[in-house]
Design a protein around this ligand. Structure first.
Ligand code: DAT
Ligand code: MG
Length: 155
């Protein structure tokens, strides 16, 4: 099984609703490791690069407006199969359809204001981490608790 790093963004609605700590706590409690973080406004050009695959879709202009409207918390999160594990924790795109127990299912009521972004594949994670973090900004370390998170055969 592969140790992976994924790009997570707590979007403007998560920040404005005071849910940063609650959401981050879920990743920590799961046993995932934060290896990078920054709190920032999103330049329009960066938002457009990040969401390039959605350019031209009906919700695209609103999406760019939303994600650039207020600060976000950008995180790099690491763990075994972290990309898929984080997508499972996040839940379906629309909060009204997302399963209870997921972040969007528990805290969201919207398809656009859906609290959080998570990379959807290893290729996306690599592209997005390079977009949001500069060389040297991710911190390689092994939390001491890791020995109690994984069975040695998981690693
Ligand atoms: P996800 O964030 O679950 O990977 P996505 O990649 O399909 O979803 O879309 C990116 C974002 O675009 C999504 O988080 C919110 C917005 N979005 C997608 N579909 C939408 C829709 N039908 N109406 C409004 N916003 C939408
Ligand atoms: Mg997506």
């Amino acid at each position: 099984m592969a140790m992976e790093t994924t790009l997570i963004i707590l979007k403007p609605d998560a920040v404005q609703r005071g849910l940063m700590g609650t959401v981050l706590a879920r990743f920590e409690a799961k046993g995932l490791t934060v290896v990078g973080g920054k709190f920032q406004m999103v330049p329009k050009a960066l938002a457009e690069k990040h969401y390039a695959e959605h350019a031209g879709k009906p919700f695209y202009d609103g999406l760019i407006q939303f994600v650039t409207s207020s600060p976000v918390l950008v995180l790099a999160i690491r763990g075994v199969n972290a990309i898929a594990v984080c997508r499972t924790l996040i839940g379906a795109t629309n909060g009204q359809k997302a399963d209870p127990g997921t972040i969007r299912g528990d805290f969201g009521m919207s398809g656009g204001y859906n609290l959080i972004h998570g990379s959807d594949s290893p290729e996306s994670a690599e592209r997005e981490l390079a977009l949001w973090f500069n060389d040297g900004e991710l911190v390689d370390y092994e939390p001491t608790r890791q020995a109690w998170v994984y069975d040695p055969s998981d690693l």
